[in-house]
Design a protein around this ligand. Sequence first.
Ligand code: SF4
Length: 247
Amino acid sequence: MDSALSSIDFFRQMHAHYEQLIVRFKGRTMLLDAVLQLAWRCFDTNVTTQCQGLPELDCHKGCATCCTLRVTATAPEVFMLARFIQAVAPGLAQHGINLRDQVAKANGATCGHGEHERVALRQRCPFIAQGTCVIYQVRPLACRGLASYDRKACAQAASGKIDQIPYSEPHMRVRSLVQNALQSAMRDGGLPWANYELNQALLMALDDDTLEARWLAGEDVLHLAQVNEVDEAEMAATFDELKRVLS
Ligand code: SF4
């Protein structure tokens, strides 16, 4: 979305691109790479454009204050991350690191807790090592969309002293548009399009290597990890209304 492009036009363009990819790669493993490369590339490009002229962010490598919040992700993001973890597992095992077990441990602490309870739990994400995200290149859109102008405010919020953080509005808006367009296109393409709690969904994907193929065939294999705080029927109605307006 360049500065002259409205949010609605950006959503329309993203939706059309995702739709083409879903038709082209439906049922094939390449679909994950295709939609996520598009999502990540468009997120980065448009956030850069939208942030021009705004104050500098206060996020830095080594700061993981926000990485205790609950992370949600779409199925393509979950399966891509599972692939990544499986690919790096042999190398990490030589250093005594087992990401699958770290996810299982984190899930044991977080499973069943809602967004607000997760803030109070302060359970660190299983992918933090020495303040750095070890899966950074495949991190979910939810993580990409959270950027702060004030690290001190993040720390104060994490310790319960304040509840307002000056987050970057362009990051949150572009993340929403990129992700919602993907969910709407997946829905139109007959693919499960919900949002899932990351630890639980990822553990399911890591422990059953049939799930990715079954999801590609249209089965909602991650439904046990679905986040239900946003009503699915309401979201579907919004997508339908958007399509009506855009047609
Ligand atoms: S996936 Fe990475 S960026 Fe996201 S919460 Fe975990 S450590 Fe932080």
